[in-house]
Design a protein around this ligand. Sequence first.
Ligand SMILES: O=P(O)(O)O[C@@H]1C[C@H](O)[C@@H](CO)O1
Length: 313
Amino acid sequence: MSAATIINGTNGTNGQVNGTNGKNGVSQSSQNMCSYEECDKIAQHLLSKTRHRPKIGIICGSGLGGLAESVENKESFSYKEIPQFPVSTVPGHAGRLVFGKLGGKEVVAMQGRFHPYEGYPLSLCTLPVRVMKLMGVETLIVTNAAGGLNESYEVGDVMVIKDHINMPGFSGNNPLIGENEDKFGPRFPAMSSGYDRNLRKMALEIGKELKFDNFMHEGVYVMLGGPCFETIAECKLLRICGADVTGMSTVHEVIMARHCGMRAFGMSLVTNKCVMDYDEDRKANHEEVLETSKRRGEDMQKLVTKMIERIEV
Ligand SMILES: O=P(O)(O)O[C@@H]1C[C@H](O)[C@@H](CO)O1
């Protein structure tokens, strides 16, 4: 099934890749951004189907969907059932929106996210973030699987994201491209405080309490478009640029969250060490990514759950 088929079709989504004037007035730009009113329609539709009223949103990374499984009093919706939503196509991304309670708070969790390499424009990948906002979510927590560039990071280490490098943005690809939706936020949002300082501090403190500090760091995440894992030369370049880990997600979601005034927090699991040496035969692969996520998933769950317990809503 091609990306265009997925987007145009089978589940009633309206995320046409190419058109500028999609059905139901969906398109506002060449990237087919949903309007504020359309996002609100999806949000109200979901709220009419669940008794939960989430204030905290979670996006689970590759193989890290166990966090959504640990939600109590769950009410789940397959992305296929949600109007205008894309569908998940990547192993390790179940493709469900899960409402319920975690750490004593009402949450909504994406068990599976959308990546640009699946063929979706960034504005469509981030549609759920705006829908979360209109459902009342104030804080967004994102996790991801990433490759370690920092030589001191080991497989299984966890990195609290301090800042990001929006590599797709360097070539003009940003989820906010197109007509600005002023009701969400400004045309030119600042991105110098993307990742909330208090939440970062809280995560590192909780990490200490849980005795996770021997495998926790704080650092910089760089997003590339994927789906290829990086070349050795690219890894060397990214490291010189100041990145500690590299991945294929998160940045577009955090941009969208910050644009509409949500607080954002992100955490990367180092699922593999990037190959940085021409004499090495090791190759990055998605199986290793999922294997590491499985191994460290429960620790990440504990940490996020404790954070949610402490977040004031
Ligand atoms: O959704 P995330 O960023 O956790 O997934 C990473 C990046 C690719 O989708 C995949 C590569 O193994 O894992």
